[in-house]
Design a protein around this ligand. Structure first.
Ligand code: NDP
Ligand code: MG
Length: 385
């Protein structure tokens, strides 16, 4: 089997996407040079033993010390601390970096990897939402690719193969609608973390499971699509496909619509990003259309789930506002999981933060984005008290 990529570094290797990336990379026979996680030293130890990676990072210093004691036999270089993932991204010898970190902390490592000339396979959508306007031009300048792992963007990428930009009428992002599809605004008041952590079709990390349920994930994905494909917000629709079989679509100028369909399985998207432009045998079960039977599509109820409309306002405002949308969402999800706010407070707090911060001073730099992220988090926490 021929694959283009020779060796990879995986950030967030112990998470949902990270573990599936290791499975996929082992299936493809790719060399894994380096791994990074936050604090899960026991799983990282297993992964280092399995993959033979020689460099690793843990953001949590205590966990790094624990790891050091566990693997004196492996000769692995261990980096520790909040900048460790960025250091690995910069110095590992890989040609490709898979970014599967959750949240804004994936941003600086992505920038370092691009600066060091690595191609990027990105699951970490928060980076593209908060700073896509910096990251994508930097990637072009350094002549590296940024390929999406997010299933909708992977689908759009597939539908756009061979297409000219002028041929695109619109991108159509699909979503499952989440566990609360069909509920009205008032019925969302009493949603608990346990209820929000049950996704109908996908098994994912905690954070993204909650932001899938609020449809903020679709708002983030709308902005992610704008940055990846350089298409304006008003040419991107979002629609519900309850079965999560149609992963997204592209409508072309002549009215023709291409869709990508597959069994819902992130390993397919990870493999696509790692073998592009080739397609090879993978780990995903073939799609059995007869057993799927029916595909249903619905518009979003913007009254109960204002998240996509808020994302549209954030990009229309521009500047730091998409970053604030992301930061306030991440903070709200943590507060909700800690039972400090109600489910529906997530919507009002994101809205309040976006209104409060506006577009910023108009100069979008990395420092400005890091500052906006921190200030938006602080603002939400202060509002909650
Ligand atoms: P998880 O919560 O399952 O995993 C997050 C990973 O990031 C863990 O390995 C965690 O380490 C690590 N991590 C957190 N902070 C740091 C840090 N500062 N430095 C290094 N590593 C860190 O998340 P998911 O895998 O679900 O999601 C990852 C990304 O992929 C997110 O951006 C999400 O939106 C996106 N995504 C996920 C999908 C899915 O199916 N899961 C689908 C589409 C997109 P530790 O285990 O030690 O805490
Ligand atoms: Mg997605």
């Amino acid at each position: 089997m021929q694959t283009q990529k020779k060796s990879i570094t995986i950030l967030g290797s112990t998470g949902s996407i990270g573990t599936q990336t290791i499975e996929t990379a082992c299936h493809l026979g790719l060399k894994i040079d380096a791994l990074a996680a936050n604090s899960n030293s026991s799983l990282l130890e297993e992964q280092l033993r399995r993959t033979g990676a020689k460099i690793c990072a843990l953001a949590d210093e205590k966990a790094a010390k624990d790891l050091k004691e566990r693997i004196p036999d492996l000769g692995v270089k261990i980096l520790a601390g909040k900048d460790a993932a960025a250091e690995v991204a910069k110095t590992s010898p890989s040609d490709t970096l898979v970014n599967a970190i959750i949240g804004f902390s994936g941003l600086v490592p992505t920038i370092e990897a691009i600066k060091s000339g690595k191609n990027i396979a990105i699951a970490n959508k928060e980076t593209l939402v908060a700073a896509g306007e910096l990251v994508m031009p930097l990637a072009r300048e350094k002549n590296v690719s940024v390929l999406p792992i997010d299933s909708e963007h992977c689908a759009i990428h597939e539908c756009l193969r061979g297409a000219e930009k002028s041929e695109i009428r619109k991108l159509i992002i699909t979503g499952s609608g989440g566990p609360f599809f069909g509920l009205k605004k008032e019925e969302l008041e009493n949603v608990t973390p346990e209820m929000a952590l049950k996704h109908p079709n996908w098994t994912m990390g905690k954070g993204i499971t909650v932001y899938s349920s609020t449809l903020v994930n679709k708002g983030l994905e709308l902005i992610e699509a704008m940055r990846l494909f350089d298409v304006p917000e008003d040419k991107i629709d979002v629609i519900i496909n309850r079965q999560s079989i149609v992963h997204s679509l592209v409508e072309f100028a002549d009215g023709s619509v291409l869709a990508q369909l597959a069994t819902p399985d992130m390993k397919l998207c990870i493999q696509y990003a790692l073998t592009y432009p080739l397609r090879v045998e993978g780990l995903t079960k073939p799609l059995d259309l007869a057993s799927v039977g029916t595909l249903n599509f619905y518009n979003i109820d913007n009254d109960a789930f204002p998240s996509v409309e808020m994302a549209r306002r954030a990009v229309r405002t521009g500047g730091i506002n998409p970053c604030v949308y992301n930061a306030s969402n991440e903070t709200c999800v943590d507060l909700f999981l800690e039972r400090k706010i109600k489910y529906t407070d997530i919507f009002t707090l994101i809205d309040s933060a976006c209104i409060k911060f506006g577009k910023g001073n108009g100069v979008l730099s990395l420092d400005e984005i890091i500052k906006a992220d921190a200030e938006a988090r602080e603002y939400v926490k202060e509002l909650v008290g």
